[in-house]
Write a protein that binds this ligand. Structure first.
Ligand SMILES: Cc1ncc(COP(=O)(O)O)c(C=O)c1O
Length: 481
């Protein structure tokens, strides 16, 4: 495609974009969990206005635009106080959980370079359930992520096993509050104790729970210890674009003090252009997400968030209890907030088939998660305020699907596929990838309606090969039009 010779009319442009959107996930239905955290139409109107008010401002140099500095500092103050930060706690606004986590790993690595120069190959010790972005941070930053299996069936980090995994190269420990896959909070106090004993940094990834959990606590619900009040915690990541219901690209990285934060920063005056001081990864960037996040925090206030959390938690309980009562299905572990996943306990119920049926029957979207270590194939549900009114309907559809599939005699597609896969010689090349994609009904032009085949194939491959295949696929579909 070329830039058009003559500019198009505004009307034509917007209509074209609308047309492009027609196959996108229909999040407005309220039947999509996890992807979108919609704050409701009224808050969204405000978010739009605040976002566009700051769309053109650049965060390149906060000293040139004092209001940006003020907004960022106010956001950090609000989030810090939610997670029991004190007068020494500092932080920065970032584009998302991944960037926040990357900043924590970067700061840990740079600090080790300065204070422990004997470490040539720095390591971070993470529970197996830590978000994939820790592996990404390790990959980008030349750090080794040492992944430690979690405790059976509780899916909580195994603090003793983490202690065993510490070497003279370890620079940081990690815990999640909660982990994405099962919604379970790690034993933060125990890990904090080890961090203190061994003189290590300890990052708590509260991207998911950093806002939701404190409001559960304010509502008198049981919440495991997870924040700066726990001795040993040195940094935390908290996403505002998840359970703060802000527009995307809104997260914060917090440090116990500014000595720790210093190692995340970058300055350069060794070139003939303007001097650069970047606190986070981006340089020139819009301040829309910053202003919009500030707006939504102020819009809801404590009362608004408490109301949301209360409703979301009662819908979550309804679903968890309801799913556990369905023959052949079981929620994994004991989720600590409004994210959970469920597996099948029957040969006749393939969770990927259930996901397909959920979509076909009611337009529901649940996130498939592969069987890895002690975690079976499952579907993950992250409840948000938008899903609350539909929880009962989702449960009814799920119950109906499970009952129907349990009665079906025919061999599920996945079982046939798994058999066919046994005869395939795996080679990391385009030909093998294309053959596997064909088996799954995936082409470079279209993702299939059914996820059963593709997930069965991806799950059964060696992990390296799955990653190779995913990379090849995305590498192929990202091509100039
Ligand atoms: C626990 C946890 N940490 C980090 C991330 C990464 O966040 P983002 O997708 O905003 O980069 C996620 C995303 O789901 C998460 O669940």
């Amino acid at each position: 495609m070329l830039i058009p010779q003559n500019g198009m009319s505004k009307k034509e442009i917007l209509e074209t974009l609308q047309e492009y959107k027609k196959d996108d996930l229909d999040w407005k239905s309220g039947k999509i969990t996890s992807y979108v955290y919609y704050p409701g139409d009224d808050a969204m109107g405000l978010i739009n206005e605040a976002y566009t008010m700051y769309l053109t401002e650049s965060a390149l140099d906060p000293t040139s635009t004092p209001s940006i500095l003020r907004i960022e500092n106010e956001i950090i103050g609000m989030i810090s106080s939610l997670v029991n930060g004190d007068a020494n706690t500092v932080g920065n606004f970032t584009s998302g959980g991944t960037e926040s986590v990357m900043m924590a790993v970067l700061a840990a690595r740079n600090r080790a370079r300065a204070l422990r120069p004997e470490i040539k190959e720095p390591e971070i010790v993470i529970p197996f359930t830590a978000h994939a972005c820790f592996h990404k941070a390790a990959h980008y930053l030349g750090v080794k992520a040492v992944s430690v299996p979690v405790k059976d069936s509780s899916f909580k980090a195994d603090a003793d096993a983490m202690r065993q995994a510490i070497t003279e190269n370890t620079i940081m420990l990690v815990g999640s509050a909660p982990g994405w896959a099962h919604g379970v909070v790690d034993p933060i106090r125990e890990i904090g104790r080890i961090a203190l004993e061994r003189g290590l940094l300890f990052h708590v990834d509260a991207c998911v729970g950093g806002i939701h959990l404190p409001y559960m606590r304010k509502l008198g619900m049981t919440v495991p210890e997870f924040d700066f009040s726990v001795p040993g915690v040195t940094s935390m990541s908290v996403d505002i674009h998840k359970y703060g219901y802000a527009a995307k690209n809104a997260s914060v990285i917090l440090y116990k003090n500014k000595e720790l934060r210093r190692y995340q920063m970058f300055a350069c005056s060794n070139w003939p252009g303007y001097t650069i001081v970047n606190a986070t990864a981006g340089s020139s960037r819009t301040c829309g997400p910053l202003a919009a996040a500030w707006a939504v925090l102020n819009y809801f206030g404590d009362d608004g968030y408490m109301k949301i959390v209360k409703e979301v938690m009662s819908a979550t309980k309804l679903l968890i209890d309801g799913i556990n009562a369905i023959e052949g299905l079981e929620v994994l572990g004991s989720p600590d907030m409004c994210l959970f996943s469920f597996r099948s306990t029957s040969d006749k119920l393939n969770v990927y088939r259930i996901a397909d049926e959920l979509k076909r029957v009611g337009g529901w979207h649940a996130q498939p998660q592969f069987a890895r270590q002690n975690s079976d194939s499952n579907l993950q549900v992250g409840m948000t305020s938008m899903n609350v009114p539909l929880a009962e309907a989702m449960l009814n559809d799920l119950r109906g699907i499970a009952e129907r599939l349990l009665k079906e005699e025919k061999t599920p597609n996945a079982a046939n596929l798994a058999l066919a896969m046994k005869n395939i010689k795996l080679k990391a090349d385009e030909e093998t990838v294309n053959m596997l994609l064909n088996m799954a009904g995936v082409s470079n032009e279209k993702v299939p309606d059914s996820i059963e085949e593709v997930n069965t194939i991806l799950e059964s491959l060696p992990i390296d090969f799955t990653e190779y295949m995913l990379t090849s696929y995305i590498n192929n579909i990202l091509k100039p039009a």
